[in-house]
Structure formats: C-alpha cells, structure tokens
Design a binder for this molecule. Structure first.
Ligand code: KG4
Ligand code: ZN
Length: 336
C-alpha cells in the first residue's frame, strides 16, 4: 500500500506491505517556510504540498525498491486538517487510484497518530486508552479496536502543541515551540512558577490550555495595567517560565491519562502526536507505567510527528473492505 499524508505542513508518503512492514517512509517538512510566521500559513502549506507531493511519492517508491505497478492499494489521510493541504494529497491519491485501478482507503489523521504506537510495537496493542497530543489536537480515546475509537474528551480551547508554540513565541523562542521550550527548560526550574492545571480536580476527561497561556503572558509582561520591566525578564526567568509551563502541561496530560485508564479499566496507554516527542512527558509516562502497572507505548520520535507510516492504519480499513469512491471528499473538521 502507498500511504499519503498532507493534512498540515508535512508532505509524507510511505510504502507499507500487508504485514505492516514499513518499506519506506519519506517526510518533506515545511518548517522553514512557516517559521517566520510563528505558525502554519494554510495557503503557503497547500502550495508547498503541491510542489513536493510527486517527488515525495517517487522517493518513497525508490527507497522501497518498488514501482507504481507493484502497488495493491492506496491509503490517504482525508481528515482532519487544513482543507487546501488535505486536498493535495487526496487529489494525488485519487489520480493514482484511478489510473492504476487500485482500491482507495481513507485514513483519519488522529487515529493514525495512535496507530503509530501499534506500528512501533510490531504487534496488536488494542484495547487501549489513546492520547493524541499535537499542534491541532489534544484528544483522549477509548480504543477498542484499530478502527473503533470512542472520543472520551478533548481540549476545550487550544491544543497542547499549540500552547507550546504560542508560549514559545511569547518567550521569543523559535518555531516550532515544543522542541525550543523543551531545550531551554533544561536550564530552568519547573517549580519556579505555579501555573494553573485546568480540570485537575475534576473527573471529566477534558483539557484547557488557554488559562495557562494567559498566566505565562502575565508572568512575563505583567498583569495590565501593571507592566513588567522587560529588563527583569532575564534568560534565567525565561528558562524558569519555560520549565514551569512545560511541567504544568505534562502534569495535566499525565493526570488525564491516569483518570482515563482507571475509568475505562484499560491496561495499555498509546500516546501519539508531536508533543509525545517531549522528553519530560516521556519520562513522566514511564513513571506512570510503573506506578499504575500499565503498559505505556510511545512511538519513536520519527513516528510522533506527522508521517505517512502511521497511515498504515489504512490496511485495517482495506481488510474490512472499507474502500472509498473517487467522488468522496476531504473532511477538514474533526468528526466525533
Ligand atoms: O503531530 P504534529 O507533528 O502535527 C500536528 O498534527 O499538529 O505536532 C506538531 C506539534 C507542534 O505544536 C510542536 O510544537 C509540538 O508538536 N512538538 C513538541 C515537541 N516536538 C514537537 N511539543 C513539545 N515537546 C516537543 N519535543
Ligand atoms: Zn499530526
């Protein structure tokens, strides 16, 4: 199967065999195009996908040592994401499916992020609790089977990765914010500031990061009408704010994972998405695993951020005969 992913700002293609072996996985990132804007610019992303999609597919075929004629099916991310970005991958996939007369399956980007854990494990991992923490989503699922995910809760405002990106921008750190904050936080004190942990004392499996973002803003700029003297925002203050912010995000993510595991009686936790690359979060997940006697699966870094190998979940759809027709469309919003 050729899999394609173009939902946001990575153009990715992979070749996956029926035993879920990844024969090649190519990702062309657009980070440098969006860095100066501090976030993904949808129009720029769509144009860049257009330039990259065919070379990326060619490279995936070349590295897997297969030709278009060797393909048996095509899996493509059709939801959720930026509409212009999704359309580029989907149009490429439809065209190939039509010309080569191959079955086409639709892949949900969020489900694929969780499936990255199954790919990394190399064996069945469901049922499990699944957490997707990315730039666009912070979603908790009860994953009964590969294509049977029940949404337990999500963020009520910003996604965790979005909060990392916005706080990094406030602190004058480069985009993408997650890796920048992680790096600078190494030299900071995570207990320096007691930032809010939303819904910490509630059983609801939801998240909110906008209050935390505002608390960080007030810490570094002062709370209006009292402005903080910018000269007092030293590199050490920035490192302390970054470390305390990261700690607050990690705390609530861990807490809600623990609540979800307990509420659903699950023994496995699959964590995917860009924020799952965070080393502080990964360390706390390991502690959670030991404390709660559960198995915590996190993909290697290359499978955490957007890629097409995780779209191997398309094989599950194909095995169930869930193909889509050429008149189907992309679904930019998240369908619950
Ligand atoms: O899953 P992903 O590659 O794309 C989306 O589907 O959104 O996630 C990107 C997000 C960005 O917000 C980025 O800042 C965040 O993941 N991220 C991290 C780290 N690496 C990437 N956040 C925290 N720590 C990291 N090491
Ligand atoms: Zn993603």
């Amino acid at each position: 199967m050729l899999t394609l992913e173009s939902s946001c700002d990575e153009t990715a293609a992979a070749i996956i065999d029926s035993d879920l072996n990844v024969l090649s996985s190519i990702v062309a990132t657009q980070e440098e195009l969006h860095a100066k804007f501090g976030g993904v610019v949808p129009e720029i992303a769509a144009r860049a996908h257009l330039e990259r999609v065919l070379p990326v597919i060619d490279e995936a075929l070349r590295q897997a040592n297969v030709t278009l004629q060797d393909l048996c099916s095509i899996g493509v991310v059709t939801q959720p994401g930026l509409v212009g970005s999704l359309l580029v991958g989907f149009t490429a996939a439809k065209t190939l499916a039509m010309v080569l007369d191959l079955p086409l399956v639709s892949v949900n980007h969020i489900e694929a992020h969780i499936y990255a854990c199954r790919m990394a494990a190399g064996r069945e991992v469901f049922p499990a609790i699944g957490l997707v923490v990315s730039g666009g989503h912070t979603n908790l699922y009860d994953c009964r089977a590969p294509l049977d995910f029940e949404l337990l809760g999500a963020t009520t405002d910003d996604a965790a990765g979005e909060a990392f990106d916005k706080v990094a921008s406030m602190l004058g750190l480069p985009y993408p914010g997650g890796p920048s904050i992680q790096k600078i936080a190494e030299g900071g004190n995570p207990k320096a500031y007691a930032f809010p942990r939303s819904f910490a004392h509630e059983s609801r499996l939801e998240f909110s990061f906008s209050g935390l973002k505002t608390a960080v803003l007030y810490q570094i700029q002062g709370q209006p009408p009292h402005r903080r003297d910018p000269a007092t925002v030293t590199p050490q203050v920035i490192a302390d704010v970054a470390a305390s912010f990261q700690e607050a995000v990690v705390d609530v993510l861990i807490l809600k994972c623990r609540q979800a595991l307990q509420q659903r009686g699950r023994k496995t936790l699959c964590v995917g998405g860009g924020v799952a690359a965070n080393s502080r979060f990964r360390a706390e997940l390991q502690k959670l695993a030991a404390r709660e006697r559960v198995e915590v699966l996190t993909p290697p870094l290359s499978l955490c951020t957007d890629n097409a190998a995780m779209a191997a979940i398309g094989w599950e759809a194909l095995k169930l005969g869930r193909t889509i027709t050429l008149d189907s469309d992309v679904v930019p919003g998240l369908v619950r």
